[in-house]
Design a protein. Structure first.
Length: 356
């Protein structure tokens, strides 16, 4: 792994960061978020959104990490849903059937947007519960069976952490076999190459972005790796209490782990020394699973999203079909209450962010 192509010399780190979506890329700046999506007919659909402002206390060290983590979960799901809805809309696959009596009553009483937000919340709760079950409760329960033969609490916590990491890697490998996920990983690579190109001060073109690595030191994937490592260290300090206390500690300390991981990631993104490089190695290798080499059309999408963010400060929000330079050539608004109107703070919040 060539660190000189990841920790770029003479680069100007940016607060702009992003996220890969279905057939597209989201980029978030200080004031606006832009989502560029490649449509089935090869056109580019672009939407910019004004970011919500956060009070100063939410930007304090440690607190900002928890806020950004929660914001990334919420907005990340919203922007993914938005990209899926855009694809569905332009494929002409919208459901045209008349709603049933119960569905109609719910729509009339609560409205489509309220119902969609409720379903989104339910989906997030189930996703969060599944993550807790698989990556927190299952490892400590399974490893607890080794207490009879291993009495060292540090070793037990280390085994638990490695088992958790193994489960996470297995999950990534399994989903990476899906064709649609492979495309998302390509757009993830396009996002990183675009940001590398911009931070290096080069003109934003697919030709200039193409030579860069798909790996980036401030990627959210690296954040997850920091979470795994910090969790091992923190839980080792607690010893190996009863199963109930271990479960409670794993859940209660999640915000603390997220906060510490976020601060480490910020430091790693702004520093350039051998310690940072060594700490970043596990996350960078993990990115090899979550990023794929994009083609030029995918790089074009990442660049369009970046240019839209750069041009949006002080400008009105736009939506419609755009050219490769993010210039709107035909305004088009998808009139759906449940589609993208609340996409803000995407990724991880203020782009001293987790995912670039």
């Amino acid at each position: 792994m060539d660190f000189s192509k990841i920790f770029l010399k003479d680069a100007r780190p940016t607060k702009i960061g992003g996220q890969a979506v279905i057939d597209g890329v989201m980029m978030k700046g200080d004031t606006h978020t832009a989502v560029a999506i490649r449509l089935p007919d090869d056109r580019i659909y672009l939407k910019t959104i004004l970011n919500g402002k956060r009070p100063r206390w939410m930007k304090l060290p440690l607190i900002r990490g928890v806020v950004s983590f929660v914001a990334s979960l919420v907005s990340g799901m919203k922007v993914l849903t938005f990209s899926a809805d855009v694809q569905e809309y332009f494929l002409g696959e919208e459901v045209s059937e008349e709603p049933g009596k119960i569905e109609k009553w719910l729509l009339d009483r609560f409205g489509e947007k309220t119902i969609w937000n409720f379903l989104l919340a339910v989906s997030m709760v189930f996703s969060f519960a599944f993550s807790i079950l698989v990556f927190a409760l299952l490892p400590t329960t399974v490893v607890g069976a080794l207490k009879a033969v291993i009495h060292n609490s540090v070793v037990l916590n280390l085994i638990e952490g490695l088992f958790r990491l193994l489960l996470f890697l297995l999950y990534i490998v399994l989903i990476s076999r899906m064709e649609e996920i492979q495309k998302v990983f390509q757009y993830h690579g396009a996002e990183h190459k675009t940001i590398h190109c911009y931070e290096k001060g080069l003109e934003l073109t697919p030709e200039n972005a193409e030579p860069f690595y798909t790996l980036h030191p401030r990627c959210g994937t690296s954040f997850l790796m920091f979470v795994m490592v910090i969790a091992i260290v923190l839980f080792s300090l607690l010893g190996w209490p009863s199963l109930m206390w271990r479960i409670v500690s794993r859940i209660v300390l999640m915000p603390v782990i997220a906060a510490l991981s976020y601060e480490v990631l910020r430091w790693a993104g702004k520093s350039d020394n051998i310690i940072v490089e060594l700490l970043s190695v596990p996350g960078l290798y993990l990115q090899k699973l979550t990023t794929k080499e994009p083609d030029r059309s995918q790089l074009e999408i990442g660049i369009a999203a970046m240019k839209a963010v750069l041009a949006s400060e002080g400008a009105e929000c736009v939506e419609g079909f755009c050219d490769a330079d993010a210039n709107i050539i035909e305004k088009h608004v998808i009139n759906r209450d449940n589609q993208g109107s609340d996409i803000e703070n995407s990724d991880t919040g203020d782009k001293e962010s987790m995912d670039q």
